[in-house]
Design a binder for this molecule. Structure first.
Ligand code: CP
Ligand code: NVA
Length: 311
């Protein structure tokens, strides 16, 4: 295996990478997934340590990063707010100095984007955003890889986002600008996309629709997420009322293209943002989507630690 030692690079939001870098990463993901599926050992990260910092709950992100780094020959250390000094007010800058001297790559799930930005600014090693209030870039890498695997290139396609203009929605919007596809968003009044918070360049890859049925019309991907994201629990009751008509159901799916796929980052609430017949139905690819977190993140860690690899 030959590699070129990479310059220090972080993955804090989707637009941190170019289209060409994503094309490389999706190619590597395919190869890495193939090795895994055929039980071939691939250990390029022997002796490398991933530190995972969680300030919010997780099943998929923890599992896919921890299993992923181990499958590449490395190891993972889990830290959470409750059991570390992070929860007792140690400045994030100080934590970054220390943690990055003892590890090779750091993944953080936290609240404001500013926290991962400050951590990265003080880190000697690559930092990966494992979800913030604003973005969830690893999720959208997995979602796009899932679409490409099942339907081919995403360029020029239309993604319909129904529901809350949250971290996952913002990341779809950034991805559309980087990879040249369209996102049609429908949110209840008062929950519209904030372009600046979403970090958009302001290209014309994004349209908002008052009626969710108009947003899904002729879409290639229909996707949604919980009505109340982590950190917004106090607004739950109000949101339940506001989002009642922004549920993806079979009738909505019929407006999309017949070959459209349904995606959801999970965890899902059947009967709230999506009906059971859609998420458990034939157009749903949510289990592949969840599995692909593992494969895309392995490619991502390989890239951040070793640069471009030719085997
Ligand atoms: N989709 C996702 O990030 O899931 P977890 O919250 O379980 O990590
Ligand atoms: N928008 C959700 C995604 C969970 C993976 C949240 O932030 O809670």
């Amino acid at each position: 295996m030959t590699t070129v030692k990479p310059a220090l690079k972080h993955f804090l939001q989707f637009k941190d990478f170019s289209r060409e870098e994503f094309e490389y990463l999706f190619e590597r993901t395919r190869w890495i997934k193939e090795q895994f599926k055929s039980y071939k050992q691939y250990w390029p990260l022997v002796d490398r340590t991933l530190v995972m910092i969680f300030e919010k709950a997780s099943t998929r992100t923890r599992l896919s990063f921890e299993a992923g780094v181990q499958q590449l020959g490395g190891s993972a250390i889990y830290l959470n707010t409750r059991d570390s000094q992070l929860g007792r007010g140690e400045p994030v800058e100080d934590a970054a100095q220390v943690i990055s001297r003892m590890s090779d790559v750091v993944m953080i799930r936290t609240f404001e984007q500013d926290i991962v930005e400050r951590f990265a600014a003080n880190s000697r090693v690559p930092v990966i955003n494992g979800l913030t209030n604003e973005y969830h870039p690893c999720q959208i890498m997995a979602d796009i890889f899932t679409y490409i695997e099942h339907r081919g290139p995403i360029q020029g396609k239309t993604v319909a986002w129904i529901g809350d203009s949250n971290n996952v929605c913002n990341t779809w919007l950034q991805a559309a600008e980087v990879l040249d596809f369209n996102v049609h968003v429908s949110t209840p009044p008062g929950y519209e996309v904030e372009a600046e918070r979403a970090g958009l360049y302001g290209t014309d890859h994004f349209k908002q629709f008052a009626d969710p049925k108009d947003a899904v019309k002729d879409a290639d991907i229909v996707t949604t997420d919980v009505w109340t994201s982590m950190g917004y629990e106090a607004e739950n009751e109000k949101r339940m009322r506001a989002f009642a008509n922004w549920r993806v159901d079979a009738e909505m799916m019929r407006q999309a293209k017949p070959e459209a796929i349904f995606l959801h980052c999970l965890p899902a609430h059947r009967g709230e943002e999506v009906t059971a017949d859609v998420i458990d139905g034939p157009q749903s690819f949510v289990w592949d989507e969840a599995e692909n977190r593992l494969h895309v993140q392995k490619a991502l860690m390989e890239y951040l630690l070793l640069g471009r690899v030719s085997v």
